[in-house]
Design a protein around this ligand. Structure first.
Ligand SMILES: [Zn+2]
Ligand SMILES: [Zn+2]
Length: 415
C-alpha cells in the first residue's frame, strides 16, 4: 500500500465562461500558477459547460483516478458549482468524465441554457440536485455556507432543510472567505461535516488562486481518495484548513451597501435594514448570521476538526510593506517571483521559511511576514461586498459604526 501523501488542494473556482471571471482563467494558466502557489491538486471548475469542457480536454490530458493532468504535473479534479431554485450554491465533485456527461444529460431542460454561464442556475431544489449528484457517484456539498444571497444559511436555518431526504449524503461544506472553523463550529449540525476552505477564484493570479486551500492526507491523488478524505474514511482526512482571516471576507460584518458604515444588528433591525445616512440597504454580516444560528459557544470542536490557519497572500504583504496600492502591480509581481524561485512556492515562503532567510530578500516584507505569523495584523473588517483590509502593527485602525443617538458618526478605535 502506498505511503501517505499530503496534498494542498483548492476545490472551487470558475473558468472564463462564468460571470465576472478573467479571460486568463483557463486550464493552462491555472496549471502554471498552481505549483508557484504550492498547490498539487486543483479543480476544473464549471465542468458542466460545453465550451469549458472543450478547453479542459484541449489543454489537459486524462490521468488515472478520474483526474485530468497538465503536462507540468498539476492535477485537476472534475468539479462544478451550480445554483438551485432557492439561490443556494452547491459544489459537485465528479468521479469521472462519463459521470459529468450523465449529470449533464439529466440537467437538460432543467435550466434555461447549460452553456450560457459556467455556473448554471438550475430549476431544481437542493434536494433534487443532490439526488442527481449522488446517483452519479459524485460528492456534493454547499459553497460559502453563510454568505448573503447565495449561502445555504442565508435561506435556511439548517442545511438539512435544504437537502431534506438527502441530508445524510452531504459530507462537506465550504466555509467561505467570511467565516472560519471557530465561527462555523458554533453550529452543532456542522460538526458532522468536513470543512473545506477554497478560493472561489475568478482570476488565476496568486492573490486569488489558492488564497484559501485544504491540506489532505491521502494515499494518492484520485477522486476516490479525495472522496474518502471528505468522508473521513480509513484515516483519509483534511489535516489543515488554510484561509483568509474571516475579517477580510466581503461579508464578514453588517454594513451599508452604499456608504459602507458598519451597524450593530439591533440598530439595523430597528432601521428596517435601510441606512439612515444614504438610504441604501444594510447587509447582514456572516458573523452576525452565525451568531443567530449558533447553539454552541465558540471554541468547541469535534475531535476530527483540523487546525485552521489564517494567511494573507504574499503579494498583499509585499504591497503593504512597500507602500504599493495594487497587489498585482509589476513591481510586486517581480518581487513575489523572487520568493517563489528561492523557496519553491508561496506557501513555503509564507509559512515555513525562517524570517532571517526572508530578510535577505527584503527586510520590510520579512518583518511583516513575522507580524503576520505572530497574529499581529489587525483588520478593518469586510462587509456589504467589500473585502476587509489587513492593517499592519503600528498603523492606526479606525472603524466607523453607525451611532444611533447622534446625527454625526462616532468613531470607534478597535484594540
Ligand atoms: Zn458560489
Ligand atoms: Zn449608508
Amino acid at each position: 500500500m502506498a505511503d501517505w501523501i499530503e496534498v494542498n488542494t483548492d476545490l472551487h473556482f470558475h473558468g472564463k465562461f462564468a460571470g465576472a471571471v478573467s479571460e486568463r482563467m483557463v486550464p493552462e494558466v491555472i496549471a502554471e500558477q498552481a505549483p508557484l502557489k504550492g498547490l498539487q491538486l486543483v479543480c476544473t471548475g464549471d465542468i458542466l459547460h460545453a465550451g469549458w469542457q472543450k478547453l479542459v480536454k484541449e489543454q489537459l490530458s486524462q490521468a488515472e483516478g478520474g483526474i485530468m493532468e497538465h503536462k507540468n504535473g498539476t492535477k485537476f479534479l472534475l468539479q462544478t458549482e451550480v445554483e438551485d431554485n432557492n439561490r443556494v450554491h452547491h459544489i459537485v465533485l465528479f468521479p469521472e468524465w462519463s459521470k459529468v456527461e450523465e449529470v449533464r444529460e439529466k440537467l437538460k431542460g432543467k435550466c434555461k441554457d447549460l452553456d450560457s454561464d459556467g455556473r448554471q442556475k438550475l430549476w431544481l431544489s437542493g434536494e433534487e440536485i443532490a439526488q442527481i449528484a449522488v446517483d452519479a457517484g459524485c460528492e456534493v456539498g454547499f459553497s460559502h455556507a453563510f454568505t448573503p444571497f447565495f449561502g445555504i444559511y442565508a435561506h435556511y436555518k439548517s442545511y438539512k432543510d435544504c437537502y431534506k431526504s438527502l441530508a445524510d449524503k452531504i459530507h462537506f461544506c465550504e466555509l467561505g472567505l467570511s467565516a472560519d472553523t471557530n465561527m462555523a463550529d458554533r453550529i452543532a449540525e456542522l460538526h458532522n461535516l468536513t470543512f473545506t476552505s477554497n478560493s472561489d477564484a475568478h482570476s488565476p493570479w496568486p492573490n486569488k488562486l489558492g488564497r484559501e486551500f485544504n491540506r489532505l492526507q491521502i494515499k494518492e491523488i484520485s477522486f476516490e481518495e479525495v472522496s474518502k478524505a471528505l468522508r473521513r474514511e480509513k484515516d483519509r482526512k483534511c489535516i489543515l484548513n488554510v484561509k483568509f482571516n474571516p475579517a477580510e471576507g466581503k461579508y464578514n460584518q453588517t454594513r451599508c451597501m452604499g456608504c459602507l458604515l458598519f451597524f450593530k444588528v439591533k440598530d439595523a433591525e430597528r432601521l428596517g435594514w435601510r441606512c439612515p445616512e444614504c438610504k441604501r440597504p444594510i447587509k447582514k454580516g456572516v458573523d452576525q448570521r452565525i451568531g443567530e444560528l449558533a447553539d454552541i459557544e465558540e471554541g468547541k470542536h469535534p475531535d476530527h476538526r483540523p487546525k485552521c490557519l489564517h494567511i494573507i497572500p504574499l503579494t498583499e504583504i509585499i504591497a503593504i510593506a512597500n507602500g504599493i496600492k495594487n497587489a498585482w502591480s509589476q513591481k510586486v509581481q517581480d518581487m513575489w517571483k523572487i520568493y517563489v524561485d528561492r523557496f519553491g512556492n508561496e506557501i513555503k515562503a509564507l509559512i515555513d521559511t525562517p524570517i532571517e532567510e526572508l530578510a535577505k530578500i527584503d527586510l520590510k516584507t520579512a518583518e511583516l511576514v513575522k507580524a503576520f505569523r505572530e497574529g499581529k495584523f489587525r483588520y478593518i473588517p469586510g462587509g456589504a461586498g467589500i473585502y476587509g483590509i489587513p492593517v499592519p502593527p503600528g498603523k492606526p485602525l479606525e472603524i466607523k459604526y453607525f451611532e444611533s443617538k447622534q446625527v454625526s458618526l462616532k468613531k470607534f478605535s478597535v484594540q
